[in-house]
Design a protein. Structure first.
Ligand SMILES: Nc1ncnc2c1ncn2[C@@H]1O[C@H](COP(=O)(O)OP(=O)(O)OP(=O)(O)O)[C@@H](O)[C@H]1O
Ligand SMILES: Nc1ncnc2c1ncn2[C@@H]1O[C@H](COP(=O)(O)OP(=O)(O)OP(=O)(O)O)[C@@H](O)[C@H]1O
Ligand SMILES: [Mg+2]
Ligand SMILES: [Mg+2]
Lengths: 242, 279, 222, 279
């Protein structure tokens, strides 16, 4: 369903310790927001894109498809900064172009950080990490189960969609909306049915209400953390003084 | 006979990278029953989704009546009214509250009047022998009944070609036999059938032609009697010949088969050929 | 449409996290209580949450031509109630950021506030109010979903206007700008989502057993 | 041999009112492979859910080691650690993010230490030959791999009895053959197997004992060679004898079968019996 998830599981840095990847991504994100866009944003964009594509060897095609997805939103944002609405029409806002430029640069840097994290670290690893920092186990379990169900339901939806298309359920906008309503209506009971059957499957394996599994994940190394810290400091330094 | 529907060097990769079709060629002849066999993941379902335009190949083309098909809105609509699709899991295609209502989904989308639609629904339910279930809610049907309702939904659009993904999977022996009977009647009435299966014995008994899949390609297509009696090509698709073929071949090697050179197509034939006949 | 990564200045990002946290924590606490009592509810909740996620990834044919996505806000609020929706909505937004690169992490607080708090509470209030006034289920659901959708996007427009006030006309001017742009795309979408939700809940209530299960779910969750 | 697990006049109706089990008797003998055959809706799945305490009969009882089982929390837990269940749809059983994590769920619920659990996981993955998939997320597995992972999750608890609902359904020939091989090894290592299937030929080849279901009852249980060679009782369960039995019986009637009186259990035997042998 999600090419991002696939890359996250198959990339070269999949087994790198969670803390290191998270520290790098979130650290860079905060720097992108906190520092002046020039040159920090450019630097961050370059470093994070390099880390994703060269370091983790994520497929450039998948990366590009994800990187261009938020362009629509960015366009809306940028256009609103550049233009000024007055009673007698629309004109360029003073300093608008400059402001829009910084915003675009900062957003681009942020997106590369997000993509680095999403494409190198499976969501389930992040959730497991969240449990370790004290998010209640019950909530994490719901999230992990949801992660599991997502893929099952997405397959069911695409099959339903194909079945409807085959019977011309997409022939017009009105029919399409109706078909979509039918998908939604049929999917919820099926999802709940799945939940009921999975409960049987889990009970058969001795489930007592707590969902403990053994996950052996690589531990954080001092060296890895220092490396990430060094990259963050260097970026901060260059961003402030260059 | 010229092909009614034809796939030419199709390639297709699912988002994420798996190459599901890798230069596949297949041709569907008018009025025949074509069985598609191959291991899990060979690309059988993916091909069916190409044959009605649900998926669009990365390269290669589909030809219908000798003309390359288009993927515009109108082209797809025209294509799908002629090619029906029945997916493996009937639950994926039953949406409406009752069987009759569900079967009416396609005809109404064709823009038929209520009267014509009602007529089509009646016919389709009769063809699958589920007229008595017309008002039953779809989620209260048994497995076999759901399968029938799903097929009725497809044939109510009177397609020329019906694509079926593993039509007998999960059905008990009798249910499968009845369903095959109904499909046979549809075929005799002129509908071209294309179906996938894991069951070589079923293909041997039912299909006029057989195509063997392996890793996104058709490695052999031809008359069932030729394709399924060729152990070396079957082995490439990780299949064994049908049991009747295996027995028949050993017997033939030993000179025990009487009559024409062919292999027995069903049990009675096998027995006749070894000179026994049914009691 | 969620606010993309990197779009909000630091102060705003932090501020919206702070604003959302109490709601999410309160939802989390009540959810935990439910799950302690009935552990198997987590399967139902997860399945329903996954359903909402998948729904929000479906393409909705919108009247303006471009394809858009439903929010699922109204459906979620009517089924689960707004307090649980705060938690489920947060998880959904996190998944959208990580699995679809839709939205962002530093902007998660702001997106949670609009889509998992304001939207569901609006839908829920409208649903309760209309039902209380004796409106039919269909009418109530339609307005709950459509207005919940609009409230979500109005909140987003407001968040953007706060972050980027117009140099002369200030917050109000920016709100007009952002709101104007959203209105063009979102009002038809809200109507579509309202209709979709009515069709979905209608068909659902046709299934006696399942409707009960949903009722139980919402009863427990509220 | 006394029964290890026994069902005595079970009745059960689903909330909707369908009588799924109508006074069913069945006994499972230690160390054997019991195949359950019967048409769609006969109650096979429902029975398996009773045999591990998921469903509780309206009347009748389940006996384990000669003692009536209880349905208290602790009794159920003790029961389920001895009786493993593999559902038909592997997606209903795999919930964790990776295969190894998923397999560790059962052992941890048994209260084993992390070290013991790790050992059990290794063993179970090795038994199903999926050790290389340990870190693979469950949603990136193929159909056959999911099936194996689900079975690994059950056997990691080292159950004495393993219940499997249609274990080979949907698998291709080779996948099914490999899985049956692995199940055979489990059986030889001492695990009692109970499985349902629609495939009489599979039961004929694999099961030591067979039970025939019809409308919520067991209409016959006994040695596979007896039960599946009895056409009249098979007909009651809407089944036909396995192909090898059908052929073998005709040949026997004609006095063409050599050797002992039995019917051929596999193809090689059939050929040997008609005096041909393999090439
Ligand atoms: N929605 C999907 N996303 C990604 N990969 C897919 C998807 N559907 C199928 N595949 C992959 O494409 C390949 C072909 O799959 P397909 O379903 O066409 O095989 P099949 O021959 O129908 O197999 P089966 O006999 O198991 O039904 C497989 O490798 C499969 O894993
Ligand atoms: N969850 C359920 N709710 C209501 N009725 C059910 C449910 N599950 C099964 N039934 C009904 O109970 C009867 C027995 O079903 P069961 O699933 O045990 O049959 P089965 O022998 O396993 O069939 P199949 O070969 O199709 O798997 C059927 O009539 C079925 O419709
Ligand atoms: Mg398939
Ligand atoms: Mg069953």
């Amino acid at each position: 369903m999600s090419p991002i998830d696939r890359e996250a599981h198959l990339n070269r840095w999949r087994q790198k310790p969670l803390v290191e990847k998270l520290l790098l991504a979130l650290g860079m994100m905060l720097l992108a927001l906190a520092l002046k866009p020039w040159p920090a944003a450019a630097l961050i964009t370059a470093v994070m894109t390099g880390a994703t594509l060269i370091g983790a060897r994520v497929s450039p095609r998948v990366w590009l498809a994800c990187a261009t997805a938020p362009l629509g939103f960015l366009t809306v944002g940028v256009v609103s900064l550049v233009l000024r609405i007055e009673l007698n029409g629309v004109s360029l806002a003073p300093g608008g172009i400059e402001a829009a430029g910084s915003l675009a640069a900062r957003s681009a840097a942020g997106v590369t950080c997000l993509l680095f994290l999403a494409l190198t670290t499976p969501t389930c690893d992040l959730l497991a990490g969240a449990r370790r920092v004290g998010v209640p186990a019950e909530i994490i379990e719901v999230a992990l189960l949801m992660y599991r169900f997502l893929f099952i339901l997405a397959d069911e939806v695409s099959a339903m969609d194909a079945a409807q298309a085959a019977r011309l359920g997409h022939a017009s906008k009105g029919r399409r909306l109706r078909s979509l309503g039918l998908v939604a209506a049929n999917l919820l009971p099926r999802a709940l049915d799945r939940a009921r059957r999975m409960e049987i499957g889990l009970a058969a394996r001795g489930w007592r209400g707590e969902m403990r599994v053994l996950s052996d994940r690589p531990g954080t190394t001092l060296r890895g953390v220092s490396e990430v810290a060094a990259v963050l400091c260097a970026t901060a330094f260059l961003g402030i003084f260059a | 006979m010229s092909a009614l529907l034809e796939a030419r060097s199709l390639t297709y990769a699912y988002p994420g990278g798996v190459l599901a079709l890798a230069g596949l060629d297949l041709s569907v002849s008018r009025g025949r029953k074509l069985g598609i066999l191959g291991p899990n993941g060979a690309g059988k379902t993916t091909l069916l989704l190409h044959l009605n335009g649900t998926l669009r190949p990365a390269s290669g083309e589909i030809r219908f009546d000798g003309r390359t098909v288009g993927y515009g809105r109108e082209a797809l609509i025209a294509w799908r009214r002629r090619v029906g699709l029945v997916l493996q899991d009937a639950d994926d295609q039953l949406f409406a509250a009752s069987v009759a209502e569900d079967v009416s989904f396609g005809p109404l989308n064709l823009g038929l009047t209520d009267e014509e639609t009602r007529q089509r629904v009646r016919e389709a339910l009769a063809a699958l022998e589920i007229a008595d279930l017309a008002d039953r809610p779809t989620h209260m049907l048994s497995f076999g009944q759901k399968k029938r309702a799903a097929i009725a939904g497809a044939i109510a659009m009177r397609p020329e070609i019906l694509l079926l993904d593993e039509p007998t999977a999960g059905l008990d022996r009798q249910g499968a036999a009845l369903l095959l009977n109904e499909l046979k009647r549809l075929s005799e009435a002129g509908t071209t059938l294309v179906f996938t299966t894991h069951n070589v014995d079923l293909a041997w008994a039912f299909a006029d032609e057989t195509a063997l899949f392996s890793e996104g390609r058709v490695i052999a297509q031809g008359e069932t009697s030729d394709v399924l009696s060729n152990p070396s090509v079957l082995a490439q698709a990780q299949l064994q010949p049908p049991l009747l073929v295996r027995l028949g071949m050993v017997l033939r090697d030993k000179g025990l088969l009487q009559g024409e050179a062919g292999l027995p197509r069903d049990e009675a034939q096998l027995l006749a050929m070894v000179g026994i006949g049914r009691r | 449409m969620h606010i993309m990564e990197g779009f909000l200045p630091v102060g705003h990002a932090v501020g919206w996290f702070a604003a959302s946290t109490p709601f999410v924590v309160a939802g989390g606490v009540s959810l935990r209580r439910i799950l302690r009592k009935a552990p198997e509810t987590r399967l139902n909740l997860a399945a329903a949450g996954a359903f909402a996620f998948v729904l929000s990834a479906l393409k909705l044919p919108s009247v303006t031509g471009s394809c858009s996505h439903p929010t699922g806000v109204g459906l979620g609020a009517v089924i689960f109630g707004p307090s649980v929706m705060a938690v489920l909505g947060t998880i959904i937004l996190l998944f959208q950021a990580l699995l679809l690169a839709h939205g962002g992490l530093t902007t998660l607080g702001a997106n949670v506030f609009s889509m998992a708090i304001v939207g569901p509470w609006t839908s829920f209030a409208i649903w309760k109010a209309l039902r209380g006034l004796g409106a039919s289920i269909a009418i109530s659901v339609f307005f709950a979903a459509a207005l919940g959708d609009i409230a979500t996007y109005a909140t987003t427009a407001m968040q953007l206007a706060f972050a980027y006030p117009d140099s002369e006309t200030g917050f109000v001017g920016a709100l007009v700008k952002f709101g104007g742009i959203f209105a063009v795309t979102q009002i038809p979408l809200a109507i579509a989502e309202g209709l979709l939700t009515v069709v979905a809940l209608n068909a659902l209530s046709g299934r006696a057993g399942q409707a009960n299960e949903v009722a139980v779910l919402s009863g427990e969750a509220r």
